[in-house]
Design a protein around this ligand. Structure first.
Ligand SMILES: NC(=O)c1ccc[n+]([C@@H]2O[C@H](COP(=O)([O-])OP(=O)(O)OC[C@H]3O[C@@H](n4cnc5c(N)ncnc54)[C@H](O)[C@@H]3O)[C@@H](O)[C@H]2O)c1
Ligand SMILES: [Fe+2]
Length: 384
């Protein structure tokens, strides 16, 4: 068995870390950036916190802000045009998974133009060249797209989320500056944080997990259980925000290299067909799918329970495993995640279409327990 581990060339951590940008640009030896971000981040002044640093250092850039949450093929195509028009030679991505994933699509196609239809990038596309250098500054504590080799783009024609897996897309530099996350509203803090917890748990139990990825994922579970309630309830508390910023990155370091599972496989169609925010979809599904996976995870769930602060002494393996599921459900309820699909406008009639996409999602084969189309339908029914 050969295990592969791909990480950023360099990453920086800590409140205020964006101030390293001028030295990063100098080291990359680049001249003009395309800043890829979204309208909300312009409106909240988050993008400006970064462009102020560029302005002070007289670094040249254009801004592309036409990224929508759950980005589309059209968003990526428009970004490619902006990159060319700007005469840029590198990308600065400021945002959550949506802006960072769009940046990855742009960067890949600029250096691999034979994939300019975008849809041919789905799965593991055989690109030959590295993306143009991307400097990624996450503003949500969730996806860890700044350190993953994945990006997720909606194919509007098929109304389907394409998961693209490509080592050539990993951002050269990640700057994890928790100050960029202070303005994240409560609901988004909760949802994106639960996305990070889903990465940590699915990355811990996925078929490809091994000692090194386990080390990262279990620490990420521990940190998220500790810091997510703080980040949600005290948005300006640096300890909570920085704890979550680092935790989601640690989860990403590992899951990017070992894969995920059925929670992501079933969450993606909820995003593409119903525009459900990614973190909300994951959080709603996570405890129920953990229960389904329990027979395959009796050794690992007790470790999750302990990492979430449960005292498992005196419990049987099965009781400790159930305690992990309960702790995850309690956390989701505590941070205010909806518990039923019906609350999101999804009805029983929608389940066949959701299940068809989920069974063929790139993440589903990583699930520790084998799953059939009927299992998936039954799981959606269970959370209806
Ligand atoms: N690349 C990966 O490995 C990976 C992993 C998981 C999910 N994803 C994808 O990432 C996308 C979701 O990303 P996300 O959950 O980070 O959310 P997002 O990027 O879609 O952002 C959601 C909203 O939050 C706003 N926002 C972001 N940061 C803010 C801040 N600091 N202050 C105020 N508002 C802010 C944005 O303007 C946007 O309206 C989905 O498309 C999902 O499929 C990618
Ligand atoms: Fe995710």
């Amino acid at each position: 068995m050969i295990n592969r581990f791909i990480l950023n060339e360099v990453s920086y951590f800590g409140p205020g870390a964006r101030k390293v940008l001028p030295e990063v640009v100098q080291r990359l030896n680049k001249v003009k950036a395309l800043v890829v971000t979204d309208k909300g981040l312009i409106q909240f002044g988050v993008a400006k916190m970064v462009t102020d640093v560029l302005d002070e250092a007289a670094i040249s850039y254009d801004i592309f802000s036409d990224v929508k949450p759950n980005p589309t093929v059209s968003n990526v195509k428009a970004g490619i045009e902006s990159f060319k028009k700007a005469g840029a030679d590198f990308i600065i991505a400021i945002g959550g998974g949506s802006a960072m994933d769009t940046a990855k699509g742009i960067g890949i196609v600029i250096n691999n133009p034979e994939f300019d239809d975008i849809v041919s990038l789905e799965g593991c596309a055989p690109t030959k060249n590295k993306s143009v250098p991307i400097v990624a500054l996450p503003t949500t504590a969730g996806t860890a797209a700044e350190t993953t080799i994945n990006y997720v783009i909606i194919d509007e024609n098929k109304q389907k989320k394409m998961v693209c897996v490509d080592p050539n897309d990993i951002p050269a530099v990640a700057i994890i500056d928790a100050e960029l996350m202070y303005s994240l509203p409560k609901g988004l803090t909760a949802a994106t944080g639960m996305d990070a917890l889903t990465h940590a748990i699915e990355g811990y139990i996925t078929k490809g997990a091994w000692e090194m990825s386990d080390m990262f994922e279990i620490e990420a579970v521990r940190m998220i259980a500790r810091y997510l309630p703080v980040a949600v309830n005290e948005p300006s508390n640096p300890e909570g925000r920085n704890g979550m910023a680092v935790a989601q990155y640690i989860a990403g370091m590992a899951f990017s290299n070992v894969g995920l599972g059925l929670v992501h496989g079933m969450a993606h169609p909820m995003g593409s067909l119903f525009d459900v925010p990614h973190g909300v979809a994951n959080a709603l599904l996570l405890p129920t799918i953990m229960e389904f996976n329990m027979p395959a995870c009796l050794d690992k769930y007790p470790e999750i329970a302990k990492a979430m602060g449960v005292d498992t002494s005196g419990m049987s393996k099965k009781e400790a495993a159930q305690a992990a599921v309960d702790a995850v459900r309690d956390l989701a309820v505590k941070v205010g995640i909806p518990q039923h699909l019906s609350e999101l406008g999804i009805s029983s009639a929608d389940i066949p279409a959701l299940a068809e996409q989920a069974i063929s999602d790139v993440c589903t084969p990583g699930n520790p327990r084998e799953v059939t189309l009927d299992d998936i339908k039954a799981l959606y029914e269970k959370v209806l």
